[in-house]
Unconditional design. Structure first.
Length: 360
C-alpha cells in the first residue's frame, strides 16, 4: 500500500472508531498484551486518534520486562561459577539486577556472551567442551519452541555441557489474572500476533467463554491495530465476547501444531513469578522429567535470597496496567534508556521505553 492510501485508510478507520464509540454506554478499557503492539501504538500515535471513551492500557507483553529480578540475579551469580559461560539475548544484558547487571559483570571479566538464537548457544557449548554453557531462556510461546528444538538436538547429540535457565512464560494465565483485578476493569484484549502464530486463536476461547470479553488477534501496522480496536468496540456494543483474528495473514485458528507438539514434549506447565504481578499458577514452562538434565537451576544451586526490586521504580505497576510510565517519579529523570533503573526502560518492547521515545 502506498503512503497516501495508507494515510487515507488510517483516517477512515479512526473516523469509524469515533462513530462506533458514540454508541458505547461507558468508557471501555482495552489492553494490548504484546510488547510489539505497545511500541507500535506509541510509534504511530494511535492514542491521539481515539475518542475519550476508548482507553488503551499496556499490559505485561514484554518478555524481558516480566522476567523477575531474581532471574537476573540468578544469571549474574551463575556467571561467577568457575568454568561457566552465560549466553543471552542482547536485551537482557542491560536489565538491572539487585546489585549489578550482566553487562556490568561482563565488563568486570565474566564470560557473558550475546547470542542471536539458542542454536548459537549450543554451538558455543560444542566449541567449549571444558566449560558449562548456560543459555538464559526467556520469552513467551513465540521463542520457547525454538529453544525446545535446540534442547532436543542437544539430547540427540549427547551434549552434556549445555544448560538452559528456564524462565519462559505462557500467555493465557496472566490475562486471567488481570481480568480478576477489579481495579483494571478490562473490557477486551488486543491479543498478540506473534504468540498467536504458535498458539492459534483457539487458546483464547477459555478467556472469552469464562469472562465474556473480546480477544482479537492483531497485526502490527497502524491499520491492523485500528481495525482490531474497531472489532472490539463492535463486540462490546453487541454484548459479545469471542475470539476473532484480524491478523489472518499470519495466524490460524489452530496455530502451529508442530511447534505446540515440541513444547509439550520438552516442557511442562509450572507456576511462575511475573514482575509486578507476582506468582501465577501454570503460567510458566520448565523442563519435564525427560529433559531435566538441561535445567541450569538443577545444575547450579544459586542463592538469590537477597533479590529485591529497585526503590521507587513503578515498572511492576506499569506491567499490569495499573500505572502509566509518566506517573513514575523516576521516569525520564533518574531512569532513561541510557541509564535504566527498571526493565521497562531497557527492552525495545518495554512500555517505558516506548513512552520515552514517542510520547513524552
Amino acid at each position: 500500500m502506498n503512503p497516501q492510501n495508507e494515510r487515507s485508510g488510517i483516517t477512515k478507520l479512526a473516523g469509524l472508531i469515533k462513530t462506533e464509540a458514540r454508541g458505547l454506554k461507558k468508557k471501555i478499557n482495552i489492553m494490548e498484551i504484546c510488547g510489539t503492539h505497545t511500541m507500535a501504538i506509541s510509534r504511530f500515535g494511535l492514542r491521539s486518534m481515539l475518542p475519550g471513551r476508548i482507553n488503551l492500557i499496556s499490559g505485561p507483553g514484554c518478555p524481558v520486562c516480566v522476567t523477575p529480578i531474581k532471574e537476573i540475579d540468578r544469571a549474574i551469580e551463575t556467571a561467577g561459577v568457575d568454568n561457566v559461560i552465560i549466553t543471552t539475548f542482547g536485551d537482557m544484558m542491560r536489565v538491572p539486577g539487585t546489585r549489578s547487571s550482566l553487562a556490568a559483570e561482563k565488563a568486570k571479566g565474566k564470560d557473558i556472551r550475546i547470542v542471536y538464537s539458542p542454536v548459537d548457544a549450543l554451538d558455543t557449548a560444542k566449541k567449549n567442551p571444558d566449560k558449562n554453557v548456560v543459555f538464559m531462556g526467556i520469552g513467551f510461546e513465540t521463542t520457547s519452541p525454538l529453544i525446545a528444538v535446540t534442547v532436543k538436538q542437544a539430547k540427540a547429540e549427547k551434549i552434556k555441557n549445555f544448560f538452559v535457565q528456564a524462565a519462559f512464560k505462557t500467555i493465557i494465565p496472566p490475562m486471567e489474572a488481570l481480568l480478576n483485578d477489579k481495579d483494571l476493569n478490562l473490557h477486551g484484549f488486543i491479543a498478540p500476533g506473534h504468540v498467536s502464530a504458535i498458539t492459534g486463536g483457539k487458546v483464547y476461547e477459555y478467556i472469552t467463554h469464562k469472562y465474556g470479553v473480546p480477544c482479537v488477534i492483531s497485526g502490527f501496522e497502524a491499520m491492523d491495530i485500528l481495525k482490531t480496536i474497531l472489532m472490539i468496540i463492535n463486540q462490546v456494543k453487541a454484548g459479545e465476547g469471542k475470539v476473532e483474528i484480524q491478523y489472518t495473514r499470519a495466524v490460524k485458528y489452530e496455530g502451529n501444531l508442530t511447534a505446540q507438539a515440541v513444547l509439550k514434549e520438552v516442557f511442562e506447565e509450572v507456576g511462575s513469578n511475573w514482575r509486578g504481578i507476582g506468582g501465577i499458577p501454570m503460567s510458566g514452562l520448565d523442563f519435564n522429567g525427560d529433559y531435566s538434565e538441561f535445567s541450569a537451576k538443577n545444575k547450579f544451586r544459586i542463592d538469590i535470597s537477597y533479590s529485591k526490586e529497585p526503590k521507587g521504580c513503578l515498572c511492576g505497576e506499569v506491567l499490569k496496567g495499573a500505572a502509566k510510565p509518566d506517573e513514575c517519579g523516576l521516569f525520564g529523570k533518574d531512569c532513561t534508556p541510557e541509564n535504566p533503573i527498571g526493565a521497562c526502560m531497557v527492552s525495545s518492547e518495554g512500555t517505558c521505553a516506548a513512552y520515552y521515545k514517542y510520547e513524552r
